[in-house]
Design a protein around this ligand. Sequence first.
Ligand SMILES: *Cc1c(COP(=O)(O)O)cnc(C)c1O
Length: 481
Amino acid sequence: MQRDQSEVGNMEVLLSKLGESLDDFLTFKHDDALQSRSHWLEKLDTDMPEKGIGAEAVVQLLCDEVIPFGSPVPKPGFTSFITSGAVSVSAVAQTAASIASPQRNLLSAFHTLEEVSLNWLRDLCGLPQDMKGIYSSGGSVANLVALGGARQAAFEKIGVDPAADGFKQSTRIYASDQAHHTIKRSAGVLGLGRNSVMAVVTDQQGRIDPVVLEQHIIRDLEQNYLPVAIVANAGTTNTGSIDNLELLGKIAKKYDIWYHVDGAYGLPGILDNRVKDLYKGLELCDSAIVDPHKWLGAPVGVAATFVRDRGILHRAFTQEPADYLEGSASTSDVRHSLDDFGVPYFDFGVELSSPPRGVILWAMLKEIGATGMAERIKRHNDLARLVASEARKHDHLELLQEPTLSICCFRYTDPDIADLDELNSMIHRQLIFENEYLPSTTQVAGSLAIRPCFIGARTLEQHATGLVEAVLRIGKTIVDQ
Ligand SMILES: *Cc1c(COP(=O)(O)O)cnc(C)c1O
């Protein structure tokens, strides 16, 4: 009998080979990938092979020529942007799903874990009990799905089904000038237009000004705009600020506007009792998102949207029943996993085929529990405070904003240097070249800030103290030159 040329088994051999190579990668003794770019470009950027080399040789190549030249994101000293490396069980769970349940729908154990873990995640993040979730690929899609629900709700109130029939009315989404730009893109995709997003000014701590927000709403209502949503930040991307969730929620209720909380990064911050009060008012939200692939240690590709009633997502995102889907499943006599698609996640968002993602959350929470997650969140919030306290203490450092969560914005200063932005930019370049401590930079109140964001499971106290020492050392060297 003729067999397929692809290896379709032998996982034990292939994965143990891979595991060895990944463990080696995780010692982080390798240089940055760009140091040897010509080497791997030559090996990898080749013509398409006419004949294959077989699975074991491919895994060998993966181990020798690809993995060692991977990304700095999982490094313990990496604190750039808001992204982190996967913890071990999350990567293993993802691999397991790719073989044992490629799709999230149909009644398998993996399908059950979607719902179980979404409910765990809701509880972990302090969201109301009546909320239900749906996974997607990231905060961008999660925001899109939430705002799709908001659009549906706003238009249904005026007797229009926007998803089915489209619309002509001008709309507004209220967000802050610190909101993630995916809010704008969501508005664009949803046909509201990126310019329908009103960037409300923020205070020194990066929080939306509620008085200004309410003025905008009143003016827009007079001009017949249809308000679609108020978007609050539970952890801005820039500095980790948390909007006054209670005040904004009350304004949303007062004007009967959908209240969305973008907690892609910061929602798990609620696990730290010292900042828990900042989340008061979260219970007023109509939708919220969180990215398990940020602080919780999932591989990139996992976000969740929560809403009160997934029916509204269904109306916003249904593809309408199809013969090749629902038509082929029997729901009257369910005796095989093929008989029922289960929860129709494919009609609550924008993905039909989708890997199960719940198993990833389930594995991470089973491994360390809510307590383990809370410990990580507290540790990282501590690290931001540690950097802040060093910055306050040291003559040559300046704290640019008090940390709310695990981001700390600071800079090197020297009375003899006129252009501190240029100096800090040079310090940052040198940090990156040294390849040990890898924060990013941002602007805070017009100044260039060095901005570590501590979220990686591998990131410990020495990576915060080491960063501060490195900034002081490099700053001094540059100034003394
Ligand atoms: C990271 C982030 C997003 C976007 O999420 P992705 O997973 O990168 O698509 C949206 N909002 C906030 C507040 C974020 O921090």
